[in-house]
Design a protein around this ligand. Structure first.
Ligand code: SF4
Length: 365
């Protein structure tokens, strides 16, 4: 099991070595991470039903298939009833949590609608916890989302290196603004999730090591990391990628993150499955503990394609529910239905905050 001395002595050269581990060394790394996961946050795998409710976006990230310049995408926005139907499916499937994800829009009509939908979900499905993933917003907007009932927010930093960030994004976007957003989310009281692309263009092993240090520095509660997979309609498209290298690096990132941040929630992202038929299982075996089955209505899925070869586009939500549950059983982990699966890291930091203030905390998670 990881201990204080071990984590405080971790050096970047050790991290680089771990990231490049292959063969027996890699197996040992993943086993060590899985053992830490088992002892710290248990063998339970939590479900987050992923509803990609709109592909409209004002941004032009250089790697993203739904960037605003991609005119080949048919834009959509699910209406409130469709979103509530999808959440109802999540409740029936036993998912304790939903993720409402979209491209970024900052207008009041859009953000107001999100707050209203969050409020309606809370009224109709009070036991389901809500994660939002709708990009960079003003602090007052985040506060409105929180006050409406959203508990968690995902905002991937994509890379913690400001220079590298510039290479992946148009000049209107900045690392400092994204960092500001993560801080605001934290200060408001969200469980905050972030993450990076792995094996992205111009990325080095040092940058990946620094990404994990960044997760620790901002005290993230949830981490989601996917391999960089090029999309043919983007400026960063390259025709040849080394899938094995991307898979190995991403799995090692998951394992290292678990070793260095034992109590966070880590997603086994669907993108892993684009590289290997059992990619998500491999993610779980490397220390992840969250899975995000798609609940987006099937007729929208081909228009929410951030990277080429995105899996699960032609399976119904029910097929996805059954498939992921079987995959979890097959690797001897425990699919955990009907629990919100809050990040233990979040519970620990809130508890210590309240204890420090002498207030105590109620913890029913
Ligand atoms: S990554 Fe997000 S913000 Fe960037 S273009 Fe894609 S949907 Fe928009």
């Amino acid at each position: 099991m990881v201990n204080e001395t071990f984590t405080s002595n971790i050096s970047k050269s050790w991290m680089r070595e771990a990231l490049t581990a292959r063969g027996d060394e890699q197996r040992k790394l993943h086993q060590r991470a899985a053992d830490i996961r088992d002892k710290t946050v248990s063998r339970a795998v939590y479900f987050r039903g992923l509803i990609e409710f709109s592909n409209k976006c004002i941004n032009d990230c250089l790697y993203c298939g739904i960037r605003k310049s991609n005119n080949a995408v048919k834009r959509y926005m699910m209406d409130k009833e469709e979103i509530l139907d999808a959440v109802e499916f999540c409740e029936r499937a036993g998912y304790g949590s939903v993720v409402l994800q979209s491209g970024e829009q900052k207008n009041k009509k859009f953000t107001g609608l999100i707050s209203s939908i969050v409020g309606d979900i809370k009224k109709k499905f009070p036991k389901i916890s809500i994660t939002l993933c709708v990009g960079e917003q003003e602090k007052s907007v985040y506060q409105e989302f929180f006050d409406s009932g959203a508990e968690r927010y995902l905002l991937r930093i994509e890379t913690s290196n400001a220079e590298h960030y510039k290479k992946l994004h148009p000049k209107e976007m900045s690392f400092s603004e994204r960092y500001r957003c993560l801080n605001d989310l934290k200060n408001i009281g969200f469980q905050v999730g972030t993450g990076v692309m792995v094996n992205a263009p111009s990325q080095t092993l040092d940058m990946l090591a620094e990404d994990i240090l960044f997760f620790r520095e901002i005290d993230a509660d949830m981490i989601g990391m996917g391999p960089y997979i090029p999309h043919s309609k983007t400026p960063l498209y390259i025709t040849i990628i080394n899938k094995t290298e991307s898979l190995n690096l991403t799995l090692n990132m998951i394992a290292l993150t678990r070793i260095m941040m034992p109590d966070v929630n880590i997603a086994a992202t669907t993108a892993l499955q684009a590289l290997h038929p059992k990619g998500r299982e491999l993610g779980l075996l490397s220390g992840a503990n969250v899975i995000m089955p798609l609940v987006t209505p099937i007729h929208y899925r081909n228009n929410y394609v951030l990277y080429d070869d995105k899996p699960c586009r032609n399976e119904s939500s029910l097929q996805c529910a059954n498939c992921v549950t079987e995959r979890i059983y097959a690797i001897d982990l425990v699919p955990k239905h009907r629990v919100t699966g809050d990040s233990l890291h979040y519970i620990n930091r809130i508890t210590s905050h309240h204890v420090n203030e002498g207030k105590g905390v109620d913890n029913d998670s």
